[in-house]
Design a protein around this ligand. Sequence first.
Ligand SMILES: N[C@@H](CCC(=O)N[C@@H](CS)C(=O)NCC(=O)O)C(=O)O
Length: 250
Amino acid sequence: MLRLYFNWNAVCAQKVVLCLTEKGIDWTPHHLVLSNFEQLEPWYLDINPAGLVPALVHDDVIVTESTVINEYLEDAFPEVQLRPTSPAARARMRWWTKQIDDVLHPSIRPISFAKFVTPRAARLSRADLDGIMARTPKKEIATLWRRVAEAPYSDQELADYLAKIRNLVETMETALSRSRWLAGDGVSLADLGMTPYFRRLVQLEKEAVWSDLPATCAWWDAIRARPSFAMFDRLRAQYAPADHPANPTA
Ligand SMILES: N[C@@H](CCC(=O)N[C@@H](CS)C(=O)NCC(=O)O)C(=O)O
């Protein structure tokens, strides 16, 4: 049994669904509605005490953290390989997946929250917000909710986060000028890890982050041409509420 706890619009969860799709692995979906705080229910905190998606349950094994889950899938299901074989290329792949976790994710999160979470936060009373924040294990998530509910990010702050993303994308441009994919000649977990963030930037109407960078544009075209990319539309069709702000532009 392979079950993934995920949300259709959560970039880290999409990263794992993309990997499952590329590898052709059958999996059982368990969709969590983050805006209803299903990720904070006690039964889910038993699976992932961080109260975050994704989480993978494979028989009696629980794996959390999207980058670790994708590496686990590589080890457990090696038939279709999404890691390069040489130690040097593999190190390059891991350098990118680390940048995604350490730089890209924390930089895009406030921009996403400002767009997608603000309407939901505005509907919560102060008492409801306090109650939910008290149950939130990750303090940085609680801080984000407080910011969008009580002290919205300024344009300058959001621009500073976008500048960090641009900086990383410029490094991508250099890498992709030398090889077709981020870690060499074959698509890898680095490319698949990056993909949901580019799609999120499209949802946020921030394509200008890469539109003047030819190698990155060619990479994005190649990523979107892969059959696995259709999983984004499948998730949206199946799980997105009709009034979600990401729906019209996704
Ligand atoms: N480093 C973690 C990050 C997980 C994470 O931040 N998940 C987000 C969705 S992308 C989440 O569950 N957020 C819950 C919330 O917004 O309350 C991973 O890569 O799995």
